[in-house]
Write a protein that binds this ligand. Structure first.
Ligand SMILES: *[C@@H]1O[C@H](CO)[C@@H](O)[C@H](O)[C@H]1NC(C)=O
Ligand SMILES: *[C@@H]1O[C@H](CO)[C@@H](O)[C@H](O)[C@H]1NC(C)=O
Length: 217
């Protein structure tokens, strides 16, 4: 797992991907993605019954196990949390994973979802289309795991030209998916700003996109 996640740390940065509708299932590119997907299917088969909290998303979720490992170990391992992040994932890739056994039979109390940034980073997807993809993920997660409560995390700022406006618009759209019954929205953006309301780079690694240990804290 460790070697694979480090490999995907390298691959997730600057990757280009085939363009498909953000709400249609699509596997990620390459053999490594298939391996990571299979590892997560196996994680579900082996640990499904103990999984109380699951985190679903892209590299920001996955790298919690590497760049944020001490934080994960202190706060989440004791709570029976399991990580379902795959670096580079867009909304359509998560939909493929839901439809291909990753979450079959799970009954976590809480499902934390953070997704969408890679759609804006790697494609010209519109904000509305990515929000549509995000809504599809929420719907399909609830169909697979009817008793879970979903905590939908808003996006965080990134040092990529032109990206932040789209990330904020996406966040505003998906915040409306909250129903205070089984879908809750949590703002992240404000926590990653400094006192001047600029991106707080102290919380990021040098690419200005991924978080360091302090950021995961
Ligand atoms: C996005 O649009 C720009 C400008 O039209 C184009 O140059 C670029 O190739 C497009 N990117 C993708 C991934 O389609
Ligand atoms: C905020 O802006 C002021 C004035 O430009 C600057 O001196 C200060 O260092 C900035 N603070 C942070 C946290 O970047």
């Amino acid at each position: 797992m460790q070697i694979i996640t480090i490999l995907s740390l390298i691959i997730a940065i600057g990757e280009t991907v085939a363009q498909t509708n953000p709400w249609d299932p699509q596997p990620g590119d390459g053999a490594l993605w298939q391996v990571e997907h299979q590892i997560l299917v196996d994680q579900t088969r082996r640990h499904g019954a103990e999984e109380r909290i699951i985190f679903v998303g892209d590299s920001l979720t996955q790298f919690w196990l590497i760049l944020g490992a001490p934080v994960w170990a202190i706060h989440y391992t004791p709570r029976h949390a399991y990580n379902y992040g795959i670096g580079g994932d867009m909304t359509q890739n998560v939909i493929f994973r839901i439809q291909n056994q990753e979450f079959d039979g799970l009954q976590p109390v809480v499902t934390v979802l953070m997704i969408g940034g890679n759609n804006f980073w790697h494609t010209n997807d519109t904000v509305a289309d990515v929000a549509h993809g995000t809504q599809e993920i929420v719907n399909e997660l609830l169909a697979k795991m009817p008793t879970t409560k979903i905590i939908l995390l808003g996006n965080i700022p990134a040092s990529i030209p032109g990206l932040n406006e789209k990330l904020q618009q996406h966040t505003a759209l998906i915040s409306k998916l909250a129903n205070d019954r089984n879908v809750y929205f949590l703002d992240m953006w404000s926590h990653f700003l400094d006192t001047n309301q600029s991106q707080n780079l102290n919380l990021y690694i040098s690419d200005g996109v991924h978080l360091n240990e302090l950021g995961y804290q």
